[in-house]
Design a binder for this molecule. Structure first.
Ligand code: HEC
Length: 175
């Protein structure tokens, strides 16, 4: 029986062995309604249920991991946000804390911590930060007013070149 010769086939076209080009990351579009609601809340001094719900959603996906559902943190590891001067004090300082995070020895309510809070500037938009600030400032026993997104925008701009997180002495010398 004659040997049938298999006609050579062209090589299969496979995907080139290199990763696909990385698309530039697009910024998330601003949440215009939330911005408007936050400005109205800051102007009137009272946050609407919608604003608080948005802020709570952010808290429950990010801050909760460390500061806990109660806002009370965990002894020795995560400080409490309850009646904290960093929460209820200057809003540009609180915004700066969320944007850049904290590092090093930190005493809150007489209790020492020495841990790291990761910066959130790449994760949260200004209006998300203002909403979570507004939520925290009016929950967990805190009774401070709502925060306009413009406070966060200004802080983001002011500290745009800063690469490091805040230390407590810097925050306590806040001007
Ligand atoms: C991965 C854990 C972690 C996450 C997530 C986190 N924090 Fe923190 N946070 C810390 C730690 C740790 C400190 C203290 C830093 C230190 O020890 O130097 C701190 C400090 C703070 C402080 C100043 C001290 C105080 O108790 O008042 C505030 C305010 C604060 N965090 C708010 C927030 C808010 C709001 C969010 C969510 C947007 C958040 N943190 C997310 C761990 C975290």
């Amino acid at each position: 029986m004659p040997i049938t010769r298999v006609k050579p086939q062209p090589p299969l076209r496979t995907a080139p062995n290199r990763p696909p080009p990385r698309l530039p990351e697009l910024p998330r579009p601003p949440h215009l309604l939330l911005e408007r609601l936050l400005r109205a809340a800051a102007a009137s001094g009272a946050a609407s249920p919608d604003v608080l719900a948005k802020g709570k959603m952010r808290y429950m996906t990010i801050c909760i991991a460390c500061h806990q559902p109660t806002g009370m943190g965990l002894p020795m590891v995560f400080p409490s946000l309850v009646k904290s001067p960093y929460v209820n004090g200057p809003t540009d300082r609180f915004a700066a804390i969320i944007l850049k995070g904290n590092i090093g020895a930190f005493t809150v309510d007489g209790k020492p911590f020495n841990n790291v809070m990761p910066p959130q500037e790449a994760v949260l938009r200004d209006e998300d930060i203002a909403a979570v600030m507004t939520f925290v400032r009016s929950n967990f026993g805190n009774t401070s007013g709502p925060v306009a997104p413009d406070v966060v925008t200004a802080a983001r701009k002011k500290f745009a070149d800063r690469k490091t997180s805040w230390t407590q002495p810097e925050l306590d010398a806040w001007k």
